[in-house]
Design a protein around this ligand. Sequence first.
Ligand SMILES: Nc1ncnc2c1ncn2[C@@H]1O[C@H](COP(=O)(O)OP(=O)(O)OP(=O)(O)O)[C@@H](O)[C@H]1O
Length: 430
Amino acid sequence: MVDRENAIEVRHITKMFRVYYDKGTELKDKVLFSKRNKYENRKVLDDISFSVKRGEAIGLVGKNGCGKSTTLKMLTRIIYPNSGEIEMNGRVSSLIELGAGFHPDMSGRENIYTNAAIFGLTKKEIDARLEDIIAFSELEEYIDNPVRTYSSGMYTRLAFSVAINVDADILLIDEILAVGDANFQAKCFNKLREIKANGTTIVIVSHSLGQIEQICDRSIWIKNGKIAAEGIPKNVHMEYLDYMNEERIEQEEKERVRLQRQEMKERIEREEKERIEKENEKKRKRYGSGDAKFTNVRILDKDGNPQTTFRTGDEMTLDLDYEVYKKVVDGVFGFGVFRNDGLWVYGTNTRIDRFDNFDIEENGNYKVKLSDISLIPGQYWVDVTIEWGDGHPVDYFKEALRFEVVSNIGDTGVYRMPHDWKLTIPVTNK
Ligand SMILES: Nc1ncnc2c1ncn2[C@@H]1O[C@H](COP(=O)(O)OP(=O)(O)OP(=O)(O)O)[C@@H](O)[C@H]1O
């Protein structure tokens, strides 16, 4: 011990635990990951040093899993650090694993003797304080029954009574004040203050910051394996609570970002699905046996130039190249015109137009001249087709061409019906 004033000296301790990976439950995961490294070494405490003066009471605080109990277990020598040193100056009594030394078949009284003996008390010393121990435990009626017949509360009461009556120099307590009923808790709490007043060194791990503030002179906050702060409990706890609050806000922020990312992922997936659907839709716009196919399709004006805008009454020509991959017997060429709202305006083919039967054997071209497109202004689609004689499609090319009709006349409907007015009333040109 470097400083005789110190009851506890912890110097540069590091503690690692092996954390085992979950290999997954499915056979596939087990096979895939069978050779994977099965664990990693997790550093729970990273080069921690602190000391506790004789008669001083300190509290260890920090969020779940930060290593408070691990520290206490190392002080009790239930476990050992991977590196660093711990020195304890005095007899240690620990309220960590309550009643760990109890024998279930022995009575409460017998267990008091064996347990107190472990703490180093002689039979005489135990005799002297037996009544106090039994009285504190409130187990007078049951003290000669085997402890296996005790409820967990009774068990805890007995263990606590022994541990605080063995006159230890150093008392290590892990969340002990959270056990037992409220009355017993209050009794333990008062007893601890009494023990402290008598000069016992105390180290407490508790989630109840209030309890630590009432008993301890100092708090040590452990965070990410290091000591984040130490000092007057109230001040350390304030800092710790601020941090926890910030972390909670950060968690909420993280959760918000996670939700946003999920939404974005879902949107991308939805858009991709829509894109695929559109693609399929496009594919559906062209179907047939594929024995022949349109290769180049366009609309020409009356001068033979490609054009997509026409006036009502203009001339237009559909100019369609096709390739043949397999002879189409009794082939039929056709076309249909649709307004962009889907209205079928017109349709015909070479069979309807009484062509003699012909086979489509070689690459070629066909043209359809529409000498007077008497359509009302709007957008129009043209479907072009190659079919077998029985009407089955070879290449049905839906919406292969688009054109627009413009006019400044202003009549309405689908197509301009040729018409003559004969007025019987006199008309005056103004
Ligand atoms: N025997 C062990 N093997 C593997 N990991 C362990 C072992 N004991 C503790 N740990 C891990 O070490 C870390 C610290 O545990 P410890 O019990 O010391 O935390 P704590 O601060 O007391 O938490 P709590 O407030 O929840 O009691 C945790 O992540 C825990 O899972």
